[in-house]
Design a protein around this ligand. Structure first.
Ligand code: MTE
Ligand code: MO
Length: 257
């Protein structure tokens, strides 16, 4: 077992260890998804976060004064499925984020539950390959926290983000927007699932009710309209196999800024 340790299992194992050692042994025994995550959230410590913090690896953060007066919407502005329309109509009360795939504890979380978990707010610059940038303020749940609660299986290597929208269906009929990141980015301290933007609820044009912020990568990685996060060993079976909607159309999978 020891000789199979990878950087990923080191990160995951160390974090869970840090949480457990400070809080006793019943951290993961809640009766539903939310109480499990909440209990784990309470155990997040500076020590656990320090483990991941390295100045060099952080994307630059800005001040309120730097925020763009307008943050445009790009790609899909509103998913056009009947399912999404019904969810939006009811203020996303019936929406759930599902986290499943290669996890020991699949989760299903409402927006209200996500909002009660520990959050992070960050003012960052979004860079789109189409040649525009904007600085916005994002508030959301650190993705790493949810992954700790879901408990990744040892063979999990990537996360696939399933979105509600189909963006420009192409001739073969595929247009479902999806994205993927590896576990180093997944556990990065600035990688959050944002439900808030510029001090209000995330607007529909910018991805309501929840979008990914993965600040060291380009705009198209920041999947909007999240429905489901699936832990996988390989993303070859999704879309055309390149790890994302735009990757399937020629863009890089690792879109570092
Ligand atoms: N689900 C979904 N996510 C998406 C897109 C999209 O069309 N659908 N467009 C991407 C691109 S190319 C960019 S630049 C950003 C735009 O985010 P914004 O609408 O908040 O400006 O979202 C990204 N995430
Ligand atoms: Mo973009």
């Amino acid at each position: 077992m020891k000789k199979l340790l990878t950087r990923r299992s080191f990160i995951v194992g160390s974090t869970i260890g840090a949480g457990l050692s400070l809080s006793g042994c019943d951290v993961l025994t809640g009766s539903d998804s939310f109480s499990r995550v909440l209990k784990l959230g309470e155990t997040i410590t500076m020590g656990a976060q320090r483990l991941f913090l390295s100045d060099k690896a952080l994307a630059r953060e800005f001040t309120e004064a730097d925020m763009s007066p307008v943050f445009k919407s790009n790609g899909t502005h509103r998913p056009d499925s009947a399912e999404y329309a019904a969810l939006a109509e009811n203020n996303f009360v019936d929406w759930r984020l599902v986290i499943d795939g290669l996890v020991d504890q699949p989760l299903s979380l409402s927006l209200a539950e996500l909002k009660r978990l520990p959050s992070r707010t960050q003012i960052t610059r979004h860079d789109c390959v189409e040649g525009w940038s904007a600085i916005g303020k994002w508030t959301g749940v650190p993705l790493g926290l949810l992954l700790q609660a879901a408990r990744l299986k040892p063979n999990a290597r990537y996360l696939v983000f399933h979105c509600a929208d189909e963006y420009e269906k192409t001739l073969d009929g595929t247009g479902q927007y999806y994205e993927s990141i590896d576990l180093v980015d997944a556990f990065h301290p600035q990688t959050i699932l944002a439900y808030g933007m510029n001090g209000t609820d995330l607007p529909i044009p910018n991805g309501a009710p929840l979008r990914l912020r993965v600040e060291r990568q380009l705009g198209y990685k920041h999947a909007k309209y999240l429905m489901r996060i699936e832990a996988v060993e390989s993303f070859a079976a999704f879309g055309r196999g390149n790890g994302g909607f735009w990757e399937d159309r020629g863009y890089e999978w690792y879109a570092g800024i």
